[in-house]
Ligand binder design. Structure first.
Ligand SMILES: [Fe+2]
Ligand SMILES: [Fe+2]
Length: 196
């Protein structure tokens, strides 16, 4: 799935699969190689969560009471993940770090399953919002991912317009930090995705 005709629910699922695949790599590889895939995992989760908070959940709230409750629950889940991630960020890979990653991922995978489930966030959006609107929100979702911070900031507000401002302010610092980290080669990321 690529191009501009991908709706926001499909884009969210693509991200979820990227998150799952990066986690599988972390689990499968020895510490020194797992490190760069953990950086990839962090980066994917941080951008995905922020784009959901800025684009997906406000859209969900527009669908009424059910949507509002789903969005609130999702923001609560995100906060938990952000706190866990910010505690792990920058620490070397170790048995202890792996344990923390597994606990964080267990919660996150549950959250992802909820978003994708019948009656969950994406289902609610598909029921309540016409596809052309979901496609145009999909483009906003993708654009937002280019602007948001690349690391978790649990103390940043999670509703627009505040996260927008904080996000824009913190993004350049994160981008700088990223220059000093090791990431999997982009071609490697792509081929990992294609193999699934
Ligand atoms: Fe989410
Ligand atoms: Fe998600």
């Amino acid at each position: 799935m690529s191009g501009n005709n991908v709706d926001v629910t499909e884009r969210v699922i693509i991200d979820h699969n990227d998150i799952k695949q990066a986690y599988e790599k972390v689990k499968a590889l020895p510490d020194d190689e797992a490190e760069k895939w953990f950086n990839q995992l962090l980066w994917t989760i941080a951008r995905h969560s922020a784009a959901e908070e800025l684009v997906l959940y406000p859209l969900l709230e527009k669908t009424g009471q059910i949507g509002k409750e789903l969005a609130d629950k999702s923001r609560e889940d995100h906060l938990k993940t952000k706190v866990a991630l910010s505690e792990m960020d920058g620490k070397p890979m170790s048995a202890m770090q792996r344990q923390k990653i597994d606990v964080m991922m267990q919660d996150l995978l549950e959250h992802i399953a909820m978003e994708e489930s019948a009656g969950g966030d994406l289902d609610q959006l598909r029921k309540a919002i016409p596809r052309d609107e979901l496609v145009s929100q999909g483009n906003s979702f993708e654009r937002t991912k280019m602007l948001v911070p690349t690391h978790a900031h649990p103390s940043a507000p999670d509703k627009p317009p505040f996260e927008t401002v904080v996000g824009l302010l913190t993004a350049p610092i994160d981008k700088l930090r990223d220059l000093f980290r090791s990431f999997p080669d982009q071609a490697e990321v792509k081929s990992n995705r294609d193999q699934q």
